[in-house]
Design a protein around this ligand. Sequence first.
Ligand SMILES: [Fe+2]
Length: 387
Amino acid sequence: MSNNYRELFQPAHTLIGMGCINEIPRYIDALNANKALIVSDTGLVKVGTVKKVTDVLDNAGKPYEIFDEVVPNPTTAVVKAASETLQKGKCDYVIGIGGGSPLDVAKAVGILAVNGGEIRSYEGVNKTNKPGLPLIAINTTAGTGSEVTRDYVITDEEKKIKMLMVDSNCLAYLAIDDPQLMLDMPPHLTAATGMDAITHAIEAYVCKSSFPYSDGLALEAVRLASKSLKRAVQEGNNVDARTDMCWAEYMAGLAFSNSGLGLVHAMAHQLGGFYNMPHGVANAILLPYVMEFNSLVCKERFVQIAKVLGIKTHNMTADQSSNAAIEYIKELSYELNIPPLSSLGFNPCDVITLSLNALDDTCLSDNPRTPSLVDVQNIYMNAFEGK
Ligand SMILES: [Fe+2]
């Protein structure tokens, strides 16, 4: 018997807007917690982003330990090292500061501290029994949606695969999107993470589990990103563009956390696991080719996407609108200087392994069209050849 209700997943609290990090101490007071483990990376320490948050904690007399060894596509070894710092420091809650990688590790550490065991055993959907430690998830990129979602991704360095954990026990206690932490983000990172947000919204909108709540969020996310992503890349200090991208990425995150993703993410995870390729870049490259593949089964959905991208569709057929949306995404990636797959270490000899792994990825089940092994291989090769 199928359920006739939906459960919604979201952080307990959210703050979005300039200066909102200053409100963190009152949420810590409400938690009655003693000491935070801050999970971040050396880059964010170096540019002073972590200091902006620790200044707020210092002024409020809130103690913390810092673990800053998160790397892109973080591995189980990184999670283990962060967990050891948490235990040694006797920390009882976690503050993640970063884009997807630090927030993914922050979630994993909180889950392990309460549930024990190895992070590998939690791959899949809702594999834990208890909520993780309270998590304050401070986003510094406008892309991954990690501060809002019940998902995290950890790389299994032995198998060279990315493990996706979908677990409502890792949802943040407090999610923060403060544009002041994003003003210094370099153009290439703004572009890649922005394309990740657009991919979240488009996959959430066309996936099998989409429903009116996620539809509304996804379409508005696409509209806002198409309006402001280029400006955020070109004028990093533009607060309005950065704020629009905060909303776009938050809504896209909320959309896919409640509906699902699809083939773009299933395939992009393999490029990340195999070649350490930045997640947003892999998504941006694959997105138009997967849209082409999916459009056969949900053309009307792509017409709606074309409309919110600002394409004038009134004199177009559904096919033309859908194709125009696909061309728009290709053109956007080009304008944002997303590098081609051929320059990122992709080797056509690996395509069968990559495709087999993509067919095993948790994200695939929600894709609107079921691909064969040959379909996936063709999409990788079309993206590689830029067809
Ligand atoms: Fe993503």
